[in-house]
Design a protein around this ligand. Sequence first.
Ligand SMILES: [Zn+2]
Ligand SMILES: [Zn+2]
Length: 198
Amino acid sequence: MAESKYFKIPKTNSLVAVSLYMVLGFCALVYGILNIESTLLSKAVLPFAGALFFTFIEYVAHRFLYHSGEDYTNEANWQYTMHGVHHVHPNDKGLLAMPILLALVLAAAFFGLFYLAMNDNAFFFWPGFLMGYAGYLYVHYTIHARKAPSNVFGYLWKHHLLHHHIYDDKAFGVTSPLWDFVFRTMPPKKALHRKARE
Ligand SMILES: [Zn+2]
Ligand SMILES: [Zn+2]
């Protein structure tokens, strides 16, 4: 049972959310490319910059919002509703993505911020950001739903499962260890190798 102290936490189908944000991001990008005047370089590079910026937000939100406070696994705390519940019920596939309506409101707010910062270039940056979020959801869903592959992507399983089971103050990146590396929250190398042998 996934309940905060105050209400039942709504479940969201990750794959429906992933599909929706991918389609929305793709349509927004096509709209921007066809209707917004800009250089070819902006149209080609800004979507990737948006996706990279999403991975930064993924790290910052996970580390400084969701894991802020004394006890994120305490049902009385808002961090529990947003994230702690996933640590307590890591195998519940309905608790991996935030409710779609909330995500859309946040996505709209981010579009507004990007538009303020970069005007029309937001039409290229934001779709990449949104597709970055879809990519994150898909990676996180796959880590919890499937066994680690034996190829190089298996590293992402090790990294995230160390965050879940051993170091909840490290390994905040899910789609990549990039920002953990930059901000020095990588789990110890020994732990990664130990997990690899298990
Ligand atoms: Zn966490
Ligand atoms: Zn997880």
